[in-house]
Write a protein that binds this ligand. Structure first.
Ligand code: SIN
Length: 538
């Protein structure tokens, strides 16, 4: 295998809203290399439907948004972080609009044609405050940011490049406090491992929905950043809090298609397959209750009746409204033979968002010097035990901006000494790829069955044992054979699955998204206590 070295000032893994925003803000200060696993627009961001929560209307206030966020977070948010992110939101939205982002607007009532930003509503929000581009907000964010990045000669984007491991001073046995020096990156097209040497490295790799059998996330969401940071010795926090979105389209041919919470925000109602509304027996906000409540209610209805889905009904709204407000959802469902203006949508809950992640400050700093993390990969303390809908793109925008200022204002000294090249040992081509696909399926199925919406100690212990065995097997396989994208992803989902299980086992209570039948309620002594895991480095 041929080895190559690349030098850059800023190495960014991931090309969603966090990575691109950071890149644009540091581009005037040095060479920026973005490496991304697939096509540059293929990120979690690209699939965000609902939008970006921010206080932009006179009827709303920072205080109300803070209150909603803290309530959803169930006693585990860091209030200072919540206030910072919410208060800086409007300025970052203005930056995004200045870059070319087009949010949906509406006519100001009684104004003769003046326009204002249209605001959507989602579960847990006491006001309409979701800025959106119809129901394809993430796609529009990606378009605007990628177009802006294309005008910056200092930004280079390498597609089909997969981060293998972070390079650290500890790993290279250089002594002193652990510092990140870049990353080894697998160039899939040319089947070679590159060494990216970087003064600053940003993880912006998104979440880990693919750890579960059913997810709203795209295929790229394999928890790569969390796994890499953990292997490098960084602290990882609150991984037990996996958010299950209540409404993923249920159709044999539909893969991971989300039915936005904004549909419920516009009046859609959850019903059993017999057509009976059921949310009033679970929460006063009914179908617009916080996500964890809705997902558990659906799970319980499905278990009670044996049905494999429930229904989401928006047929009482005018067809024209539904088609204009949700063009992507309307067209996609129609493609599967479901006209959502005339019939209810079959839906199931699915893994959606990782509220924990690499432990960072609100400026994106991790415990390793030179290593930053922003977006879903990071745990800043904004989401606590349950994320308020549409707060995540807001967090990515604000924290990417703050991280950019942090690296510019506090530059690290240049890298010294030689960085060792990637060692591929005596690897030969793998001939039993069935091992990879079998373990991949097994992890996702066991996480769904044992570590899903409702957990028990027994199920978690069972999952821990299975994952330990799988880890050992993958480790053997990994070192015996040449790297492939599939193998790297398998290694990462196994690591992240283990972190989720270990974190869940450490929390002896039910709080927010972590619901364990053996502990039916929150334990006061666990409020404000993060679950932190660190790998013992040898
Ligand atoms: C949705 O559109 O329902 C997703 C919004 C989010 O997860 O924040």
């Amino acid at each position: 295998m041929k080895i190559q070295q690349q030098q850059c000032d800023f190495l960014i893994l991931g090309s969603g809203i966090a990575g691109l925003t950071f890149a644009l803000k540091v581009a005037a200060h040095g060479r920026v290399c973005i490496v991304t696993k697939k096509h540059r627009a293929e990120s979690n961001t690209n699939y965000a439907q609902g939008g970006i929560a921010a206080v932009t209307s006179k009827e709303d206030s920072f205080e109300m948004h803070v209150k909603d966020t803290l309530e959803a977070g169930a006693g585990l948010c860091n209030e200072d972080v919540v206030r910072t992110i919410i208060q800086e939101g409007p300025a970052r939205i203005a930056d995004l609009i200045a870059l070319g982002m087009k949010f949906t607007e509406r006519e100001v009532p009684r104004s003769r044609g003046a326009k204002e930003l249209d605001l959507g509503r989602e579960g847990g929000h006491s006001k309409r405050r979701i800025l959106h581009a119809k129901d394809v907000t993430g796609r529009e964010v990606e378009r605007a940011l990628l177009a802006a990045a294309a005008t910056q000669p200092n930004i280079e984007i390498s597609e089909d490049h997969f981060g293998i491991d972070l390079i650290t001073s500890h790993k290279l046995k250089l002594g002193g406090p652990n510092r990140c020096l870049g990353a080894y990156v697998f160039d899939k097209k040319n089947q070679r491992v590159l060494t990216f040497c970087a003064r600053n490295t940003l993880l912006a790799t998104g979440g880990c929905g693919k750890v579960y059998l059913y997810t709203t996330n795209p295929d790229i969401a394999t928890g790569d950043g969390v796994a890499m940071a953990y292997r490098a010795g960084a602290a990882v926090a609150n991984m037990e809090f996996v958010q299950f979105h209540p409404t993923c389209l249920y159709h044999p041919k539909a893969k991971s298609f989300l039915i936005s919470e904004a549909v419920r925000g516009e009046g859609a109602v959850l019903k059993t397959i017999e057509g009976a509304e059921f949310m009033d027996s679970y929460h006063p906000l009914k179908s617009l209750a916080p996500r964890d409540v809705v997902a558990r209610a659906i799970d319980s209805e499905m278990k009670r009746s044996g049905a494999d889905h429930v229904l989401l009904d928006i047929t009482h709204r005018p067809a024209r409204f539904t088609m204009e407000r949700f063009p992507n959802i309307y067209a996609t469902c129609l493609q599967y033979g479901i006209d959502i203006t005339k019939e209810p949508i079959p839906v199931v809950p699915a893994a959606h968002y990782q509220c924990g992640g690499v432990l960072t400050t609100v400026d994106g700093e991790t415990e390793i010097a030179g290593l930053y993390a922003v977006g879903e990969v990071a745990c800043t303390g904004l989401h606590g035990a349950n994320r308020l809908a549409s707060n995540s793109l807001l967090e990515a925008l604000v924290c990417a901006h703050r991280a950019a200022h942090r690296v510019i204002d506090h530059p690290l000294p240049p890298l010294k000494g030689e960085i060792a090249e990637w060692q591929s040992g005596n690897a030969t081509n793998a001939d039993e790829l069935v091992v990879v696909s079998h373990n991949w399926d097994e992890i996702r199925r066991l996480m769904w069955d044992y570590v899903g919406i409702v957990r028990t100690n027994k199920r978690l212990q069972r999952a821990r044992k299975r994952i330990e065995n799988l880890q050992a097997e993958i480790q053997d396989y990994y070192w015996d054979f040449v790297v492939t994208g599939d193998l790297l992803e398998l290694r990462n989902i196994a690591t992240v699955a283990e972190l989720i299980v270990l974190s869940a086992l450490q929390r002896p209570e039910s709080r927010g998204l972590h619901y364990n039948l053996d502990f039916s309620s929150p334990a006061p002594e666990w409020a404000q206590r993060d679950t932190i895991l660190r790998k013992q480095l040898s």
